[in-house]
Design a protein around this ligand. Structure first.
Ligand SMILES: [Zn+2]
Length: 177
């Protein structure tokens, strides 16, 4: 994973593309949750599930299939009458999928099981600029933790902020014309 505070940067950035009648704070909160839910798979360690297993860390919950399943479920249960269901589904799907994409850009652990449950192959991007965080809250305040935060600021928050800003700028220019 990236750190839990960094994954929601992507849904925040993507929200700039949402049509006015669809965007809402509840949808944004749902999308932020979608972007961190894949890492709930770490509970598997408690039950003896190994990292490399299909249900292990970065396995099934980091797949395209899981992203579609979670987005479909949340759209169906909570957002049926809140604008275009397809737009909401796509927004939640991309928010969830952004999690394994960011994980595949980190430089530690195993890769992500993008095609689970159909394949247990784990994937990384060839380029992995994001520092993988240490496990445990205390580790955030170590020099290693600071290196991680700086790398996430540079590779996730900065591009997300630019995307968010440009998205809103284009919207405003379109509304003016
Ligand atoms: Zn993860």
């Amino acid at each position: 994973m990236c750190t839990v505070i960094t994954h929601p940067a992507v849904p925040i950035a993507l929200s700039a593309l949402l049509p006015q009648d669809t965007a809402s704070s509840s949808l944004l909160i749902a999308a932020a949750l979608c972007s961190v839910i894949p890492d709930l798979d770490v509970v598997g360690f408690e039950f003896g599930i190994k990292y490399g297993d299909m249900l292990g860390h970065r396995g099934f919950t980091h797949s395209i299939f899981f992203a579609a399943l979670l987005a479909g479920l949340i759209t169906f249960v909570f957002f049926q009458n809140h604008g275009s269901p397809l737009t909401i589904f796509l927004f939640l799907f991309l928010s969830t999928l952004s999690h394994p994409v960011l994980d595949a850009l980190t430089n530690g652990g195993l890769g992500v099981g993008l095609f689970a449950p159909f394949s247990n192959q784990r994937y990384f991007f060839r380029y992995q600029p994001i520092e993988v965080p240490p496990i445990g809250v205390g580790a955030f305040f170590s020099p290693r933790g600071i290196t991680v935060i700086l790398s996430e600021l540079k590779w996730v928050w900065l591009p997300s902020a630019i995307f968010f800003g440009l998205g809103h700028l284009f919207k405003r220019l379109r509304d003016m014309s």
